[in-house]
Design a binder for this molecule. Structure first.
Ligand code: IFM
Length: 775
């Protein structure tokens, strides 16, 4: 059972708490309580092992391909979290004996996971155990565990076997060659492994320290080495009431790490051993305290406070911001964010449009440099996108639907069983879900508009904008009947509609991409001659421009129907039969419709998996008036099962824009419950990274009413009925603002000097220090 209101006073709203142990539901806690720092992510499997556990540790960007038939994935690297604990010859396992008390808390404010258990063994001995674990935000290579054991009934021989376990796989795929193992000074364990295809070396170090009632003691280990495994076994007899603590500190390095990538393996090994040993000497508490200070700084920058009668609302935004930080490889722009962050094997660590459309805005309005880093990842992978375009007979850059290290297409080709034929279903997204190319261009432009970062545009952004536009210009075809250019055979955001023509989202985004590139071409030709010269030579801009101009005008954009303002999602959607989907909307798990109907049958009906037209209204809301937004929201929401975690947050924001505060809050609450809610199976494969970005967006863009239009900051807040205050930070043009909304007032404060303007209710206000507006 998860508890959202654990703690009192200052702690309330900061602790994600679990009040019981259930060995059949391990996945949820492992994912949502995962620890990380953007370099590495460790799923919170318990120290002791259970049959249904999923032990995962990932290091960002270290992709490997099992063989030519499988897409690249983040390998599950050697595990250091596991410990075998034997107390008076009885194995410590919560599946045996009696659990007298149990509590596991993830402290979102400090990044520490703490579990406290009073356990009665099958032979009736009682023990108090406390486990603490963290992944350092200060030193990205480091993780630590501390186990405290107190025998409550007589003396106890404590045996602990703990080490580095390289026997793990990714659901069966072994990504490592057996490497070398060693123990230094009977203290520091070392394992060296290398990935089979990408040839990345991984170096893992662990060391243990024992303390009795706080005093360090020397307990000599017996070391064992076996295939892909190295362990140290300790034994110590403690008196009744004595607290024995064992800390285990571990470090990970790889030959892909930016700072050390040029080192030969031997040199890296020497460096890693020396730095690990130096860190280990500091001990768990000093190292944790360094990391906690980093968390403190983070929360000082980004904390959002809201007064809601439901503490879940407050916890859910902090939970989202916690994960948004630990999923993001801020240290290296060669890496993207996986759709499950670094918390599970789901989607193999691949990046989707989730990054640009759902996650990047959080960084854009908090740490713009990190938003730029995420776009640089797409710049690093531009050649992969060019290759995909070429291979498909197009020009420019065609970004992959699923992306790893190189930017080549990584979407698996075969997926779940077809309920009618019993064969695997083909996954078409890697072939025809193409809107991602425009989504990336859109994010580039959002970043540029919000920051005016010419340096980024000159170095990366303009090239991305032009190459994506060139792709669309070669992708469209002329349609005599429509007297317009069209885009046939795509999947839009709604993945329950395959092989459709003129998906409105895709067409509008493509047209926007082309029109923006055309305008930007004129701008740089006029104002940045050097950049223009360079890019014109490389990308033939002069030649491409006339076609862009024509397409900006003549690409088919489905218009709202006269009778009801509904915009057709694609050429055939509105002519398909409608069925009652209540059962599927109410189902506690997703995609239950595919148990009753094959994918082809679902394609043949007016059923949407996720926001598609509503997504268009959200991104391009300046093109549709509020009435049209409302009629489309109502039409399509009733046909949407929300079988994707990307759907609810977008529905929340759009409902807020046309003034339906109740629906906005309901959708927000549903979005917030995707990972954090009571469904204990929802996050088995990892957290839903996009939905966590969506929670932040629902609050800041939805209830907080933040919107950027023509480079101006608009604030049109609308709080849910039950909230009495919302305060959030916002970076705008180099200034850190604090926005506070109450039902009757909007206040904007800036701590930096200098005047700037905002718009609210279409009026322009100058802000110098602070401004209050009556709502
Ligand atoms: O990008 C999403 C997609 O929109 C729906 N299926 C899951 C993907 C990864 O989150």
């Amino acid at each position: 059972m998860l508890q959202y209101d654990y703690g009192s006073g200052e702690e309330r709203g900061w602790i994600l708490s679990e009040s019981n142990f259930d060995s059949g539901m391990l996945g949820k806690g492992e994912s949502i309580m995962a620890l990380g720092n953007g370099y590495m992510g460790i799923r919170s499997a318990y120290e002791e092992s259970y049959l249904q556990q999923k032990r995962n540790t990932f290091i960002a960007g270290t992709f490997n391909k099992f063989d030519g038939h499988e897409p690249t994935e983040l390998p599950n690297v050697p595990d250091v979290a596991e410990m075998k604990i034997v107390l008076n010859k009885e194995h410590f396992s919560l599946e045996k004996g009696v659990i007298e008390t149990y509590r596991r808390n993830l402290h979102l404010d400090t990044g520490e996971l703490v579990r406290t258990v009073v356990w009665q063994s099958p032979l009736g001995n009682r023990y108090r155990l406390q486990f603490r674990r963290f992944v350092s935000l200060e030193n990205k290579h480091l993780t630590g565990t501390e186990v405290e054991i107190t025998s409550l009934t007589g003396s106890c021989t404590i045996e602990i076997t703990s080490g580095i376990n390289g026997q793990l796989t990714n659901t069966g795929a072994q990504h490592f060659r057996e490497g070398e193992k060693r123990i230094y000074n009977r203290q520091v364990l070392e394992m060296l492994q290398t990935t089979t295809e990408s040839n990345i070396d991984f170096l893992v170090y662990s060391a243990h320290h024992w303390r009795i009632d706080g005093e360090e003691i020397l307990v000599e280990p017996a070391a064992t080495m076996s295939r892909r495994r190295i362990d140290a076994s300790y034994s110590y007899t403690a008196a009744e009431g004595q607290t024995v603590s064992v800390e285990k500190l571990s470090m990970y390095y790889t030959s892909r790490d930016l700072q050390t990538q040029d080192m030969a393996t031997a040199e890296l090994r020497q460096y890693a051993l020396e730095t690990s040993t130096a860190e280990f000497a500091k001990g768990y508490h000093a190292l944790f305290s360094e990391s906690r200070n980093r968390w403190k700084q983070y929360w000082e920058d980004v904390d959002i406070q809201l007064d809601s009668p439901n503490v879940f609302d407050q916890l859910s935004i902090r939970f989202a911001q916690y994960h948004l930080l630990i999923m993001t490889p801020a240290h290296d722009t060669r890496f993207g964010i996986g759709a499950k962050g670094l918390t599970g094997e789901g989607y193999k660590g691949h990046s989707f449009w989730d990054s640009e459309i759902f996650i990047l805005p959080y960084f854009l309005y908090n740490y713009p440099d990190l938003a730029r880093g995420l776009l640089e990842y797409r710049y690093h992978t531009l050649d992969g996108a060019r290759k995909k375009a070429r291979e498909n007979g197009y020009e420019g850059a065609m970004y992959p639907w699923e992306s790893g290290f190189t930017g080549e297409e990584e979407t698996p080709v075969w997926g779940a069983a077809n309920v009618v034929t019993g064969t695997a279903t083909k996954i078409w997204s890697g072939f025809i879900e193409q809107h991602i190319t425009a989504d990336i261009a859109y994010a580039v432009w959002q970043y540029f508009t919000a920051t005016r970062d010419d340096e980024f545009m000159d170095r990366c952004g303009s090239e991305m904008l032009f190459e994506t536009a060139a792709f669309w210009a070669s992708r469209v075809e002329w349609d005599e009947a429509k007297d317009a250019y069209v885009i046939k055979n795509v999947i839009g955001p709604d993945e329950y509609k395959e092989h459709v023509d003129n998906n409105a989202f895709t067409n509008y985004m493509a047209q926007w991409n082309i029109a923006t590139a055309a305008a930007h071409y004129l701008d740089i030709r006029e104002n940045r001659p050097d950049v223009y010269e360079r890019l014109n030579t490389a990308l033939l801009l002069d030649e491409r421009y006339p076609k862009w101009l024509e397409l900006a005008d003549r690409l088919y954009l489905p218009a709202p129907r006269e009778e009801d303002g509904v915009v057709p999602q694609d050429d055939t959607y509105l002519s398909k039969p409608v069925i009652d989907i209540t059962k599927y909307k109410r189902a506690s798990s997703v995609q239950t419709i595919l148990r009753d109907y094959s994918r082809d049958q679902v394609i043949g009906m007016q059923i949407s998996k996720q926001a598609d037209l509503v997504m268009l209204m959200y991104l391009m809301n300046d093109r549709f008036n509020e009435e049209v937004q409302e009629s489309n929201w109502k039409y399509y929401e009733s046909k949407t099962i929300h079988d994707s975690s990307l759907s609810m947050a977008v529905h929340s924001i759009t409902a807020n824009r046309f003034g339906d505060r109740e629906a906005a809050y309901e959708c927000f609450a549903e979005a917030a419950a995707i990972d954090l809610g009571p469904n204990m199976k929802s996050s088995d494969e990892g957290i839903h990274a996009a939905s966590l970005g969506g929670i932040w967006k629902s609050i800041v863009f939805g209830f907080g009413g933040v919107h950027m239009k023509d480079g101006e900051l608009h604030l049109n807040p609308r709080l849910p009925e039950s909230w009495t205050r919302l305060t959030f930070p916002l970076m705008w043009r180099g200034k850190r603002l604090t926005v506070t909304v109450t039902p009757g007032e909007l206040e904007v404060r800036s701590d930096s000097a200098g005047e700037f303007t905002i718009l609210s209710g279409n009026k322009t206000y100058a802000v110098n220090g602070s401004l209050k507006i009556k709502l």
